[in-house]
Design a protein around this ligand. Sequence first.
Ligand SMILES: NC(=O)c1ccc[n+]([C@@H]2O[C@H](COP(=O)([O-])OP(=O)(O)OC[C@H]3O[C@@H](n4cnc5c(N)ncnc54)[C@H](O)[C@@H]3O)[C@@H](O)[C@H]2O)c1
Ligand SMILES: [Zn+2]
Length: 404
Amino acid sequence: MKSRLDESGNQIGVSGSGSKIRANFSLSSSYDIIFEERMLDPEVDTLASMIGGRKCMFILSPRVTELYHDLLHSYLQHWLEPAMFSIVTLPVTEETKTFETAMKMCSVAAEFGLDRKSLFVAMGGGVLMDTVGFAASVYMRRINFLRIPTTLVGQIDAGVGIKTGVNFGDRKNFIGSFHAPAGVINDSTFLRTLDPREISNGLSEMVKIAVVSDRGLFDMLHDSRHSLLSSYRSADGRELVRKINFRSSERMIEQLSDNPYEKELERLVDFGHTFSPFMEVQSGHRIRHGHAVALDIALSTEISSVLGLISDSFYGEIMELLEDIGFTLYDAEVFDAHRMYQSLDSITLRRGGRLNLVLPRGDGGATFLRDLSEFRLSTLKSSILRLKERYMEDGYDGDASSCG
Ligand SMILES: NC(=O)c1ccc[n+]([C@@H]2O[C@H](COP(=O)([O-])OP(=O)(O)OC[C@H]3O[C@@H](n4cnc5c(N)ncnc54)[C@H](O)[C@@H]3O)[C@@H](O)[C@H]2O)c1
Ligand SMILES: [Zn+2]
């Protein structure tokens, strides 16, 4: 038999005849995202069974080491021989989310003797996970890795899909790969030690997915907007957190799974991600990813209102929700219409020559503004002006870093 169907029904093996051989490789991937609230309890075998006796190198950022190293170490000692694991701490921030840092991870892994059957394990925020995932995708051509996201952005967004990446000069996530993790464990108790600002940053990604794909989730967020931040920081909020984290992860996977390699460049999950790369870079990363997404969502919503695409009530609810989860929706340094408009060239390049700006519409859902030529600088200018007036009227002086 030269060719057969794999478990997902794709043809694999060899087909064709005469002067052509078609090579059909199986590229499907599936993995479990497990929601577990006692991950580091030695009585709980979730992590141990994901490791499955393989040699593994955990990579943590300094803050995660400070908070969780000892618990992790006791857990691993309980389940694995000492020679089978190591815990490495590496400072990975947006500035050091680079190829060099990924190569440093590879060299530490080589020193520790990881081979093709071993595992990288990323335990930390999205920055660390993206970098570790990239290192794993090139180490010995590709080895498996696990993700243990410890931020909200990590648990509901960066940890869910198959993208890895590092920054390249001024270009965010410009170098990267598609490399599915072997598994993901989401333990929401990690989120209790997060700075409230990091919770806000994660919630902005959740607002993104809710607006474009799930009106019910949006209503849930809107209804609980006054208690959302505190729910993440105490055991009392457990039920709500479990419900909304699970539901938004499901929506994310739905959006990503039929377009894993982003061949389709009209993506609803790009909502909040058109102006945000410019804001992150322009502010020298003072404005962090989730915060930039919130500002982008607000700006896109304002654009939608200027263009008459959104109902007044949906417009009001989106803005209200973003404000109540801790954001001031204007930033004097980066809301520069000309420069922001110029930055759309590089977004358009990435999206195959199309702008594909995602705009919320009606009472829920979204639409695309596809061509840059249909999007006028004057529309951007008046949208920015409306946001500015709104926040200046509130006595706001332009320092958005007070959010959260
Ligand atoms: N690959 C993807 O599909 C994808 C999707 C969304 C975002 N991202 C990327 O994710 C990154 C943003 O990730 P992030 O928002 O998680 O930021 P981050 O990784 O910088 O983490 C934020 C901060 O929280 C600290 N921290 C982590 N866990 C903690 C905990 N439990 N308690 C206390 N402090 C903790 C970290 O050390 C860090 O200082 C961006 O680089 C973005 O490009 C990737
Ligand atoms: Zn994002």
